[in-house]
Ligand binder design. Sequence first.
Ligand code: ADP
Ligand code: MG
Length: 602
Amino acid sequence: MGGIIKRLEAHVANQIAAGEVVQRPSSALKELLENAVDSGASRIEVFLGDGGKQLIKVVDNGQGIDRDDLPLSIERHATSKLTSADDLFRLQTKGFRGEALASIASIAQLRIQSKTVESEEGYVLTAQGSNSVELLPTSRPQGTIVTVQHLFYNIPARRQFLKSATVELKHCLDEFHRLVLVHPEISFVLHHNSEVLFQLPQAPIKQRITQVFGQKYAEKLVPISEQTPLVGISGFVLKPDMAKKSRGMQYFFVNDRFIKSGFLHHAVLQAFEGLVNPGLHPGYFIYLQVDPARLDVNIHPTKTEVKFDDEQGIYAILRSAVKHSLGQFQVAPILDFDKDPNLDTPYAYQSKNPVYPKIEVDRNFNPFNEQTTTYKSKPSQTQWETLYSIGDDPHRQTMAHFESQQTSLEGWEQETQSALTSFQWEKKYIVTKHQSALLVIHQSRAHQRIVYERLLAQMTMEKAGSQTLLFPLTLGLSIAQQSILASMRGDLQAIGFEFDEQSIDHVVGIPMDVLPQDAAQVLIQLVDDLESIEHTGFSSVDRMAQLMSKTMAINTGKFLTVEEQLGLINDLFSCKEPEFSPDRKPVIVSITAEELLKKFSL
Ligand code: ADP
Ligand code: MG
């Protein structure tokens, strides 16, 4: 037959390539940020709308792109950074494939405004779907503004895979952090919707870390430094008492590029051995310099993985450098439950309510790969909820307790099995022990934290099950209240509520762990609370989870059996931030053996 093989149109080829380069707003942001850095800018400002889904705009004061180069910049394999294959081994720039802008233009509305020093005038290029391109003069100062709007507007299937603005923002901030942490010589500002989330003046690296994560880390950063012919190592590790349940603060940079490396991570873990509890993750910001010729950065399209020529050597040097620093600075393992909650949220909105939810997100998440799920469900928590709702059926209690033990953290598991004890005090607190500390847990706040994290997970990552009601509930809300509820419909459905298609005032299904007689109250209270709160526009999901966790959690004054207490403790310590209630009040007060001893020796 013949003639069945055809060349793809450039536009289609670009869309396919875009799949590799741009998975979500954060990947586009990363490319634009890297281009701005490559342009030699000393100041970079980022504007995001709805987690980057609506808008990503990066403004730099770098060298600019001249009139003739503007149309080329969005062509595939067009780059100013590489001319021969040999250059690959001498690269000083972040980009070199010449693919990013072409890819972005094929899947979003792209506008580039730019002016070079040499040129009198600036120019603006507008591209849509990479076939309609327009170039016009414009007046502007030296530098470049790249604006990306409506990512995947022409590929609904991919747009649909984007997560909530909160989750996409989290990914964008991750990329932003990875870049600002290697470029302290550049000042950065990041806006989201109408808020300034980060304002980072030029600073030494240590200060940049605390600018980003909060001042409280200042005295927690232990410097590391090692120079060998094979590798130069600098940076900081966080003291072991700052180890966290989530793997958030772990950064490797190789030749000023963020990378992921299981084996380097392992080297650091080895150095921390015995200093952090199993299940907790030490934090680090480690900068490696190696000869670019001994490194292959190109094995992964998004360039976060590298291959070293001499992995074993680097492993040994890194491990000993970290060990040395930890020893030299005499870092002792202490569990720190008495953190100041006000210092815990580094972002500009730390004092505001609601607080940014710390959701653990899989950075490798790829919506097109079914193998990568993003969130581990915690059956124990649901079970535990059931336990409270159902009340005093002894079989259920044992079962629920058993389940919650199974999913507890390793450390707790051991302790639970070796007869962890607890008792309830004043029908308000649960008293227990952990290692050499006595813990007093605020039962109501603890349960709020558990419910809150579960709701957040359900709203952002996984859909919860729902029980269909035999008799639909009527809430009796006003039209205005119904519209508030309607604006939350998607999130409410994610946690298991189902509404009548005709009227949202009628509830036909409720979450598994809410009792039918409580369901109406949970929703009415939510609407009530939302009516009285001024909309901050930041995260409705977070606010909703916060409010609902209050209504759904057990109260002070509720008697708890020992099994229930242990279940609560277990679930609490499976949380990401067990120390704080959703509105950031302390959940746990700990008294160490030393503190007690001091009191007794007065
Ligand atoms: P790459 O960065 O791999 O070269 P891109 O598609 O990201 O490819 O960019 C293409 C070209 O456009 C770059 O090589 C550079 O010359 C130019 N460019 C892109 N963004 C900027 C910017 N912010 N400032 C100056 N030049 C830029
Ligand atoms: Mg680039």
